[in-house]
Design a binder for this molecule. Structure first.
Ligand code: GLY
Length: 292
C-alpha cells in the first residue's frame, strides 16, 4: 500500500502574522513523518515523531509554548493509537517535554491506557524519561496572553481559540495510526481535561476502516465522539474527504468548532474544519503539501 501521512497544527483563527510559522511547522512535521514511512518505519513511529516535532516547536499549543491554565501553569494531554486498537494516553502532565512519547510508552509497557498527573510523572521517570521543571514549557508569548485573559476575566469557552497538534498515517503494510498532543484551551480551569486523551473522541485508528484525529473545542468533540464517528463513516463507504465533512457537520450539532484529519483504506487523505483556519500538511508519493 502507498504510505501517507497528514498532520495538523490546530484549528482556530490563526492570526496573519502566525501563518508562516504554522505552515513551516506542519510542513516539517509531515516531511519527518514521510521520511519515517519511506524508510519502512511504522505508521506509529511516523505519527509519534511528527507530533514530537510539533511539541518541541513553540509555535503550537502542545509541549513547549502551550497555553497557560487559570493559575498560570501548564497542563498537557496526549494520546496515541494504532489500527490494532492499542492505545495509550496521558492527561494533566507538566513535567515531561513530550507527552506523546509517554503515551506511547504507556501503550507498549503497561496493561493500562490513561494516566494522569503525578502518577503519570512517576511512570515517566520509571521509563527513563527526564522530568523537567514545568516552567521550561512556558514561553513569554503565553505569559503575556495569560495576563490579558486574567485582566479580562475570560471564561474558558469564550477564551477558546486554538488547540492541539495531531497526525494520522498509514504505512506500506496498511497499518494505521494516529497521535495527538495539546496544552488544552487557554486559561482553562485547573483539572479540566478535553478530548485529546479520550480515545474515540480526539483520535481513532482501525486497520479495517482508517484513522482520524481532531482539533477544536474538546467538550463538543467528546459529546459526538468525533474521531470514532468519523472513522465509522469510512466503514459506511464515505471517502476520506466526505467523512471529514460529515464529522464536522456532526460537531456542529452541538455548536462545536474545530476540524478533523482523516486517511481512508485506499490511502486517500481528507480534512475539514469550521474554524477560520487550520494548519495542515500531508505527504504521499513523495509530494508534501501544506495549507492553511
Ligand atoms: N481539543 C483540545 C482541548 O479541548 O483540550
Amino acid at each position: 500500500m502507498e504510505p501517507a501521512i497528514i498532520v495538523h497544527g490546530g484549528a482556530w483563527a490563526i492570526p496573519d502574522e502566525e501563518v508562516e510559522a504554522h505552515l513551516r511547522g506542519v510542513r516539517r512535521a509531515a516531511e519527518l513523518g514521510w521520511r519515517v514511512l519511506k524508510e519502512e518505519g511504522s505508521s506509529l513511529d511516523a505519527v509519534e515523531r511528527a507530533v514530537m516535532l510539533m511539541e518541541d516547536d513553540p509555535t503550537f499549543d502542545a509541549g513547549v509554548g502551550s497555553f497557560l491554565n487559570r493559575e498560570g501553569g501548564v497542563d498537557l494531554d496526549a494520546s496515541i493509537m494504532d489500527g490494532e486498537l492499542r492505545a495509550g494516553a496521558v492527561a494533566s502532565v507538566n513535567r515531561v517535554r513530550n507527552p506523546v512519547r509517554l503515551a506511547r510508552l504507556i501503550m507498549e509497557r503497561t496493561e493500562h491506557l490513561l494516566f494522569v498527573g503525578e502518577g503519570a510523572h512517576k511512570l515517566a521517570s520509571s521509563f527513563g524519561l527526564e522530568l523537567i521543571d514545568p516552567g521550561e514549557l512556558v514561553v513569554e508569548r503565553e505569559r503575556r496572553r495569560w495576563e490579558e485573559f486574567k485582566a479580562k476575566g475570560m471564561s474558558p469557552r469564550k477564551a477558546f481559540e486554538k488547540s492541539t497538534v495531531g497526525a494520522v498515517a498509514v504505512d506500506s503494510r496498511g497499518r494505521f495510526a494516529a497521535a495527538l498532543s495539546t496544552g488544552g484551551s487557554p486559561y482553562r480551569m485547573v483539572g479540566r481535561v478535553g478530548d485529546v486523551p479520550i480515545i474515540g473522541a480526539g483520535l481513532y485508528a482501525d486497520n479495517g476502516k482508517g484513522a482520524a484525529a481532531c482539533s477544536g473545542h474538546g467538550e463538543s468533540i467528546m459529546k459526538v465522539v468525533l474521531a470514532k464517528s468519523t472513522v465509522d463513516m469510512l466503514a459506511l463507504g464515505l471517502g476520506a474527504m466526505e467523512a471529514a465533512r460529515a464529522g464536522v457537520s456532526l460537531l456542529e450539532r452541538v455548536g462545536g468548532r474545530g476540524g478533523v484529519i482523516v486517511i481512508d483504506r485506499s490511502g486517500e487523505i481528507g480534512y475539514h474544519y469550521n474554524t477560520p483556519r487550520m494548519a495542515i500538511a500531508y505527504a504521499r508519493g513523495g509530494v508534501v503539501e501544506s495549507l492553511i
